[in-house]
Design a protein around this ligand. Structure first.
Ligand SMILES: [Zn+2]
Length: 111
């Protein structure tokens, strides 16, 4: 951890890891606020940077079976949410390759 070069984002609003403020995603890449994570509200993003991905695992969700990978902050290792590898329900395919960040685990970053 901490050896990877971090990317710095610039946008109207930048979201970062609540623990170490590493940049993760921008307002422009947010697709939806209407998601629920393991700890409450969560956001769906098109692009998330400065993360490490865990092994794929099948997870049964309210919207059906999904193959997901947990995602971790590259700097402090905090679990931030997950990435959708595969949606097994046709109507949920739009989520494939997209990321969930839990609202309680991210914060607004001032640059
Ligand atoms: Zn962090």
């Amino acid at each position: 951890m901490g050896q990877t070069h971090q990317k710095f984002l610039s946008d109207i609003r930048v979201f970062g890891c609540s623990k170490c403020h590493t940049h993760l995603a921008t307002m422009s890449s947010m697709l939806s606020r209407a998601f629920t994570g393991q700890h409450g509200r969560a956001y769906l993003f098109d692009v998330v940077v400065n993360i490490e991905q865990g092994e794929p695992a099948d997870r049964q969700m309210t919207t059906g079976l999904h193959t997901v990978r947990d995602i971790y902050c590259v700097k402090c290792g905090t679990t931030l949410g997950w990435k959708y590898d595969k949606a097994h329900v046709e109507a949920q395919k739009y989520k494939e390759g997209k990321y969930i960040l839990e609202r309680g685990l991210i914060c607004d970053v001032e640059d």
